[in-house]
Ligand binder design. Structure first.
Ligand SMILES: Nc1nc2c(ncn2[C@@H]2O[C@H](COP(=O)(O)OP(=O)(O)OP(=O)(O)O)[C@@H](O)[C@H]2O)c(=O)[nH]1
Ligand SMILES: [Mg+2]
Ligand SMILES: [Zn+2]
Length: 294
């Protein structure tokens, strides 16, 4: 058996790449379905290649994962790169939800503010929102090129998954970063068939970088699993300095009297919008927790 990494997958057909760059078309063995295991882009797999030119081979084993994501569907990601831009308008609640998922998985996070030339102020706003959230905020412009040269340093040694709303420029950034030409949302003048949005996750390993492009999304639930809502606060690194300083224990940092976190919000050490959205997610989690046996 050979070992490779899944770089693409669509309609049950996977592409595995060996270390030397050779690619193989594969299908997943039936046993995976019985195990309710779906191979994901980023998976390290053992496989047997197909015999002839046109014959596909088989994914035989999925090697243990460092991480697995449902949305975007990807395995072994170590850093989530959340791409934002002035256009389309940032959905902060979506970013917060992604950060919660990233924290829960124990991953690193990086927030890129693309299309900086359209509105240089957004980087500042984003930095204020996520101060203390352990996600560096970095403004750049994929089209203008400014800042792109600093990306390799930020992504070195990581398997970085570019995610975020459709149209923020994930594919354009990856193209600029790796000097490749994947599909981007530009209206194709030649064929005039409209937006060329990314439809599948793809892993690129080039220039000693490992980067995933993913389809954009606008809907995102934190998780289908129910989790005690008291856990939510643990995914907000900016609350950590106040651990154990609230009057009540546990404190949800919501409307309890003597809450040190809401005091920090009042004193301007935590962004009030970021905290307000936290209470919304908390409400959602509580609702789900109440209905967990339904
Ligand atoms: N002004 C400006 N436009 C940009 C920049 N980067 C990308 N764009 C444009 O934004 C549009 C969307 O870019 P894509 O790279 O396709 O966006 P995406 O995030 O990959 O979108 P999905 O694949 O649908 O998720 C295209 O028209 C790009 O040319 C930038 O730095 N500045
Ligand atoms: Mg894209
Ligand atoms: Zn509190």
């Amino acid at each position: 058996m050979r070992e490779g990494i899944l770089v693409r997958g669509r309609g049950g057909i996977y592409t595995a790449r060996e270390a030397d760059g050779a690619e193989y078309t594969l299908r997943a063995k039936k046993k995976f379905r019985r195990q309710r295991l779906t191979p994901l882009v980023g998976d390290r797999v053992l496989f047997t290649p197909g015999q002839g030119e046109d014959e596909h081979g088989w994914v035989e084993e999925i090697l243990p994962r460092v991480s697995a994501f449902v949305r975007p569907p990807a395995a072994n990601v170590t850093m989530m790169v959340i791409v934002t831009a002035p256009e389309p308008e940032p959905d902060y609640l979506l970013i917060d939800r992604m950060l919660v998922t990233v924290r829960r998985a124990g991953m690193k996070a990086l927030i890129l503010v693309n299309k900086r030339e359209l509105d240089p102020k957004l980087e500042e706003i984003m930095t204020r929102q996520y101060r203390g959230a352990e996600a560096a905020v970095f403004g750049l412009s994929a089209l203008g090129g400014e800042g792109v040269d600093r990306l390799p340093g930020l992504l070195k040694g990581e398997t970085a998954c570019f995610s975020g709303q459709s149209g923020v420029g994930k594919s354009t950034l990856i193209n600029a970063l790796l000097d490749i030409n994947t599909e981007t949302g530009e209206i194709s003048r030649k064929i005039a068939r409209g937006k060329n949005t990314t439809r599948h996750v793809e892993l690129f390993t080039l220039k000693s970088l490992s980067v995933m492009d993913t389809p954009g999304f606008s809907l995102f639930t934190i998780s289908d699993e129910t989790e005690d809502p008291v856990k939510l606060r643990e995914y907000y690194p900016e609350f950590r300095p106040y651990l154990g300083l609230c009057r009540f224990d546990p404190c949800y940092h919501d409307r309890e009297p003597g809450c040190r976190v809401t005091q920090a919000v009042r004193e301007g050490d935590i962004d009030p919008d970021r905290h307000e959205r936290y209470t919304r997610l908390l409400m959602e989690q509580r609702e789900r927790w109440r209905n967990r046996y339904d």
